[in-house]
Design a protein around this ligand. Structure first.
Ligand code: SF4
Length: 358
């Protein structure tokens, strides 16, 4: 390609045909200083628009069970090796989960995502979650569950209850995985994803950027997610939690910057053109003022915080979506006016006292 501008058009065209860009281009997106970030975001945005229009799927995460986990995931404040000062609690009663789902729906959520700490769910957990899923589906919300390793029998029970998706993140590359976790393997994770797929569940699987991996690791996991055809890909940026073994948010030895995070999102979009791509945990801290621009490669986000940390509120998030010219995805019709109105900030202009005097 002689004209540098041609490559952006080439990437957009490939994505439009659901063809992943090749690895040399994906690598350039992450590291080439000659990349024009606005042209890159426009190319990724063209692909995103083709599959998702101008809609944004809003997800709300409910931490249904917190802490006391026997696993040793180094980035997680709930693991047995973390000294993070978290408040552990057992699985919430179904009534509490339903009340929180109602609140999420009223705030504009499209999908309610329930996460439980632990290596995997017991039969009693499955009973309770099947009941919760059935009732949340009846509210008109899509559902997603995240709770460690799972076999096909349990996955089938959840699918029969109406669960839409299982979340099970690959998190990083196969090569880097033993550096962030030793109590289970990359293959264990792939087996859980395979069980979910066999049971007929949708697969949500993503990544955490900034766990001291290399850029090559990010490329590996992006293509691995393409290989498993993850229909939903949350891209998290490490939120350093004091007391965890993995606390420095770096990639290739460099601290994450907003521009690098945006490049990473564009790379994930162009390697996985049709996936629901989500700017997930850490978007506020690491993308900072580039968050609205990240709506070009991504078509989904979390609001109201994450498992252990606060995030932007519904009001702030909805305002950003509207300001950027996008609309929240809903199953039918449009987001109720009441939700928009509740999110609309009242901006009062006050003249500075010294300016008023002059
Ligand atoms: S299995 Fe889940 S809850 Fe347990 S340490 Fe790993 S990420 Fe945290």
């Amino acid at each position: 390609m002689t004209n540098p501008a041609d490559r952006y058009a080439h990437w957009a065209q490939a994505g439009g045909g659901d063809v992943p860009i090749d690895r040399i281009d994906a690598e350039a997106i992450l590291r080439d200083p000659d990349i024009d970030i606005m042209a890159l975001a426009a190319a990724a945005g063209q692909v995103r628009r083709q599959y998702f229009g101008n809609t944004v799927s809003i997800h709300v995460l409910d931490n249904v069970r917190n802490g006391a986990c026997p696993e040793d995931c180094g980035y997680c404040g709930q693991s047995k090796v973390s000294d993070a000062p978290i408040k552990a609690y057992r699985t919430k009663p179904v009534a509490d989960i339903l009340r929180e789902a109602e609140q999420a729906k009223a705030g504009g959520a499209f999908r309610f995502c329930m996460a439980l700490s632990g290596r995997g769910p017991s039969d009693a957990d499955i009973d309770e979650l099947c009941e919760a899923v059935q009732q949340i589906k009846a509210m008109g919300l899509r559902t997603c569950l995240s709770f460690g390793l799972l076999n096909e029998t349990k996955a089938k029970r959840l699918a029969e209850a109406g669960l839409d998706r299982l979340n099970h993140n690959l998190n990083t590359s196969r090569r880097h995985y033993p550096k962030i976790c030793t109590t289970h393997t990359y293959d264990d994770r792939l087996a859980t994803i395979s069980a979910a797929r066999s049971a007929g569940l949708g697969v949500c699987s993503g990544v955490i950027v900034g766990m001291d991996e290399t850029q090559a690791d990010l490329l590996d996991v992006a293509y691995q997610l393409r290989d498993i055809r993850a229909e939903s890909i949350p891209v998290n940026f490490l939120l350093p939690i004091e007391g965890n073994p993995v606390t420095d948010a770096v990639c290739d030895g460099m601290p994450l910057t907003p521009a690098f995070c945006l490049r990473a999102l564009c790379m994930f979009r162009l390697v996985n053109p049709t996936a629901e791509l989500r700017m997930a945990a850490g978007r506020e801290v690491h993308l900072r003022s580039l968050q609205p621009l990240a709506l070009w490669p991504t078509n989904s986000l979390f609001m109201e915080g994450y498992l252990l940390t606060e995030g932007d509120t519904a009001a702030t998030t909805l305002q950003m979506i509207r300001d950027a010219g996008f609309v929240p995805r809903v199953d039918e019709g449009e987001l109720p006016d009441a939700v928009w109105q509740a999110s609309a900030p009242s901006i009062e202009l006050t003249i500075k006292a010294d300016a008023a005097k002059s």
